[in-house]
Design a protein around this ligand. Structure first.
Ligand code: C2E
Ligand code: MG
Ligand code: MG
Length: 579
């Protein structure tokens, strides 16, 4: 006989429910509040639980969470009984892992139908698990399903839980969040294994206490191994969903400093996310997908991009980062560095790319692409971009006044700048105020930017061309572009993306593509620039295939204006390197 636990504080409803179920041939046990219900659930291991939501002290949500957190009761199906039936309640219950929802008052037949459907499903699942030798009922006792250091559920638990949901909810979405602790290996190296294990325990404790908080939607918190943790959610993390807000709060908790054995350590949390079934139908592919979302570990000095990423997530930090960026503009903390571009025939410097740098007084250099991403999100990209354009045009003017050899400078333009309605007017105005020859200004737009809204791109580019400036396609090859579209775009230079340049000598596939790109550019009378050339072999390939120019660490890192000036006046010639 199957055993059903009824947790209900109203004596009348409790008695009625019991009666109906007993008539339906079930063995019924009852509890008059949440706490008593939890205790009974653990002792009696019922096949199903019917639970009221509105109860004093421990309500139905609290019961559900506690059940799901105890391995012994985690898999028992639960049906909520409640007078409240608005959508938000249903969703909240389902998010926490309720299996069904029965609005009160209900007819006896409704109750029995709901119970039978649920039990049948559970039987099917049990069969599935016993076939795959993974019975969820006995997952609990095995110590191998918990991490030995942190005592959090481990990979095996995650796999079981995931399979359980997959069969329970079919194609309803699940979200898997991967958290990677940085710089974990450095901490272990510097402070030892004992210390780093204590750190892991503290991290696990923060995760656990968060999990125990009332408003979590996390279904399972897992320690996957050394520096990786995972969270499993039911549902999808869209930008405004409670799930994302919860991840924000959690990241904020994790990035508060830890005090262990008289040491204060802060960690950065790298986060990746994948959604079942869209981004993978098994755990391995979901994890691979989530890992791809990880930011690369930073090599630059200054705060890690991960720190910025975590900071980006909380409103306060957002505000402070936004204020810092505004102040940076006012206090002139920005600088422009110039990376020389070399003509591959003559070995001469023909131009430079202007690259923005932000040196924060307290923290030093902050990686450009990181703060620019943030600037894009906050509309600060437009004033920053304008500052760059003015600064570069004034610099071009100064160099032209004092140096004999004219140089062309390329400025990167972001999507937000380019899509302003009056962008070409602004360029016109800047050219007029600074009085430079537009021929010496290149505007670099990424390939992916150009391909969005191609009609608008074409018309803006045409206006810009009429002003006399040059247009370069940046990071060419990194996105998807159609050749038909390329032909319609009025541009002068094509910058071959670093990913094609890297190890070109060892990659036959890339060699074919790059040869074709250069050939096509020649036919269209377009300049080519190889970006990020680091080795003599890479250089040799581009020279041999008549690429027009190159830019990269092999010749020079981006330089301060005075350093670049010295290079220009020394009439530096790289032909020896090129030969
Ligand atoms: P990008 O326009 O593709 O710039 C090239 C990036 O590659 C620069 O990174 C440069 O320092 C780096 N680089 C140059 N040579 C080598 C090399 O040999 N090896 C390697 N590994 N890297 C090399 P940076 O300065 O960090 O800038 C990153 C991106 O930020 C730029 O990519 C550009 O998209 C954007 N950016 C930089 N300054 C500005 C700006 O003033 N405005 C806008 N809108 N974007 C900017
Ligand atoms: Mg560029
Ligand atoms: Mg580039």
């Amino acid at each position: 006989m199957q055993k059903i636990l009824v947790i209900e504080d109203e004596p009348q409803i409790r008695a009625n429910t019991q009666e109906v179920l007993e008539l339906g041939n079930f063995l019924v046990i009852t509890a008059e509040n949440g706490q008593a219900g939890l205790k009974l659930a653990e002792e009696e291991q019922p096949d199903l639980i019917l639970c009221d939501i509105m109860m004093p002290e421990l309500d139905g949500y609290g019961v559900l969470k506690a059940l799901r957190h105890q391995p012994a009761t985690a898999q028992i199906p639960i049906i909520f009984l409640t007078a409240r039936s608005d959508q938000a309640d249903i969703r909240r219950g389902m998010n926490l892992g309720a299996d069904d929802y029965l609005p009160k008052p209900f007819e006896p037949t409704e109750l029995l139908r709901a119970v039978n459907v649920r039990l049948k499903r559970q039987a099917t699942l049990a069969q599935y698990f016993s076939h795959s030798a993974q019975s969820p009922a006995n997952t609990a006792e095995k110590p191998t399903e918990y991490d030995s250091i942190t005592h959090l559920p481990n990979w095996l638990s995650l796999q079981k839980r995931f399979e359980y949901w997959r069969h329970q909810i079919h194609d309803s979405p699940l979200t898997l969040v991967l958290l990677k602790i940085n710089p974990f290996s450095a901490i272990r190296h510097d402070l030892g294994h004992t210390f780093s294990n204590s750190l892991l325990k503290e991290i696990a404790e923060r995760l656990r206490s968060h999990w125990n908080s009332a408003d979590t939607c996390i279904d399972l918190t897992v320690h996957l191994g050394t520096d990786q943790f995972a969270l499993l959610f039911q549902g999808v993390a869209s930008p405004l969903s409670p799930l994302v807000q919860e991840i924000d709060r959690l990241l904020e908790k994790l990035t508060q400093p830890f005090h262990i054995n008289n040491h204060k350590v802060s960690i950065f949390v790298d986060m990746g996310l994948a959604i079942y079934p869209d981004q993978g139908v098994d755990l391995d592919s979901l994890i691979t997908h989530a890992e791809k979302c990880f930011e690369p570990t930073p090599h630059q000095p200054g705060p890690s991009p991960l720190h910025l990423k975590a900071a980006n997530r909380s409103k306060d930090h957002r505000l402070s980062l936004e204020t810092s960026l505004r102040q940076a503009l006012e206090k002139e903390e920005f600088a422009i560095y110039y990376q020389p571009q070399i003509d591959l025939k003559t070995g001469r410097i023909t131009g430079a790319e202007a690259l923005l740098r932000w040196a924060q007084p307290h923290t030093g250099f902050i990686p450009t692409s990181q703060f620019l991403t943030f600037a894009e999100e906050t509309n600060l990209m437009i004033p920053i971009g304008e500052w760059v354009l003015y600064a570069v045009c004034n610099q071009i003017k100064e160099w032209h006044a004092t140096k004999r050899e004219p140089v062309t400078v390329a400025v990167n333009i972001s999507a937000q700048q380019f899509r302003q309605a009056n962008f070409s007017h602004k360029i016109h105005h800047i050219l007029q105020t600074t009085q430079i020859d537009p021929l010496f200004l290149d505007l670099e737009l990424t390939e992916s930017l150009m391909m969005q809204d191609i009609d608008l791109t074409i018309s803006t580019l045409q206006t810009l061309k009429r002003l006399g400036v040059n247009i370069a396609i940046d990071d060419f090859g990194a996105g998807y572009s159609s050749l038909r579209h390329l032909q319609l775009l009025p541009f002068d230079t094509l910058k071959i993306d670093q990913q094609f340049v890297r190890n070109i000598d060892k990659n036959p596939g890339n060699r074919v593509i790059v040869r074709a790109i250069i050939q096509m550019a020649h036919n269209l009378h377009i300049n080519t620039v190889a970006e990020g050339v680091e080795t003599a072999r890479e250089l040799a390939f581009f020279k041999e295939h008549n690429c027009r120019a190159m830019q990269g660490y092999l010749f020079s890192h981006p330089l301060r204006p005075t350093e670049f000036e010295q290079l220009l006046t020394s009439k530096a010639n790289f032909s020896a390197n090129i030969a």
